[in-house]
Each structure stands twice: as structure tokens, then as C-alpha cells.
Design a protein around this ligand. Sequence first.
Ligand code: HEM
Length: 231
Amino acid sequence: AEGLHTPNFPFQHASTFGTFDHASIRRGYQVFREVCAACHNTEFVRWRDLIDVAFTEDEVKAMAAEFEYEAGPDDAGEMFMRPGTPADPLPKVYANEQAARAMNNGAYPPDLSLITKARHNGANYVFSLLTGYYDAPEGVEIREGLHFNPYFPGGAIAMARSLYDGLVEYEDGTPATTSQMAKDVVTFLNWASEPELDDRKRRGTQVLIIFSILTAISIYLKRNRFISLKT
Ligand code: HEM
């Protein structure tokens, strides 16, 4: 069965000329780091991608350096570690799908780097999913280890509800309600899937402006040129 159809939420970047809400990307990264990153990989995002998008270069350097990366075996064959740099990808939770399933009762938490592209109605779907945990209706049996969620195809998902009011503390003072955190983390994930969106929207606007001007000029010139024939 397909999941329940999701409403369209007014994400700023979803409107015709709208670009990303970067304060929301920043808060969303925090939610991702403190909550989702315990279980989900984001293999296609590099630390440096966040520079000037949601964090300063110094902030990103410090964030990357908090994680350790394998730097290769030393002379004795022992793996040694080094702190992360902006060129590294965000740290991996699992080496591969098998390891991921082993740690999640057989279910596979998908990589989230492209999730808003990979799922139908991406951002709206993920928002609905994160805020869509309810008691199962009368008569609906949910298997042990699964959770009722009408937006997930089949209605029973292995991921438990992970967002609760007040779960994180935002540095900008935004109240961390469940829906606020869902909105922010979805904005972050949508940016990860489509980092070029801002450029695309800006260029589109420029193209519209330039073509409007060219059209106006050509109408003016045409009238000017044919004016003698009109009289
Ligand atoms: C599945 C997002 C936190 C474990 C998913 C899916 C999304 C998602 C979009 C895919 C649903 C689909 O296939 O259509 C998130 C976000 C999180 C988060 C944004 C943070 C707010 C977590 C946490 C855990 C977890 C903390 C582990 C404790 C899983 C598992 C699945 C899954 C096991 C596979 C579910 C299934 O196939 O039944 N998650 N997740 N997730 N997530 Fe999460």
C-alpha cells in the first residue's frame, strides 16, 4: 500500500523565486547531528559544503576536527587516526548496508544525502514522516519492533519517532518544537540533495529580468521602425 498523501508545506525554498532559509539549514544540521546522525549516513556531504551555507569556515574546521578519520596503517600495521578536515565527508555511522541492518534489527536506515530527491514529494514526505507517528487505529496490528506511521508505505516503519518537543536547544533561541525541528532538518536535507537550488533560482530570476528588458526594447524598436507605415 502507498503511504498517505502528504500536504504541501510552505517551505521558503519551494516557492517560485524562493531560496533556502539558511538559518533553518543551520538549525537543521544541529538536529541532524544530535538526532539522525546516530543512525543515518550522509555519504555525499562534505564538511566544506557547509561553509558559507550554514557555518563559517572556522566553525566548519572546528566541527570536522571533532571527528577522527582513518589515516592509514603505520609501519607496524596499526591503523592510526587523524582529526577531520573540511575536505572529509561527514563521518560514517556504518561501513555498509550489512552493518547498518545488523544494528537496526534487520531494517536499513537509508543514506540521507539525496533523500528529498529519492522519495516522491521529498521534503513534504520527510516532514510528514517525522511528525506522523500516531497510535495505530483500532484493529490495526503493528508487528513488534515496527511503528505505526500512515505516511510510510505500508503504514509500519522500523524507525521509531525520534523528534520530541525540546529535544535540542537552538543557539538562536528558536523554540525546538517537534514540527520546528522537522522543518529545519528537512530544509537541511533538501539543501544536501539540491545544493545548487539557490543558484538555480537566482539565475532564473536574472534570466526573467533580462528577457523582460530585451522584450521591451524589441517592442519599442519595432514600433519605432514601422511608425512611417502607420501614418
Ligand atoms: C528510515 C529520516 C532518525 C532509523 C528513515 C527514512 C527517512 C528517515 C527519510 C526513510 C523512509 C523511507 O524509506 O521512505 C530520519 C531523520 C531522522 C532520523 C530525518 C532525524 C530526525 C533516525 C534514528 C534512527 C533511525 C535516530 C535509529 C534510532 C531508521 C531506520 C529506518 C529509517 C531503521 C528504516 C525504516 C524502515 O525501512 O522500516 N529515516 N531518520 N532514524 N530510519 Fe530514520
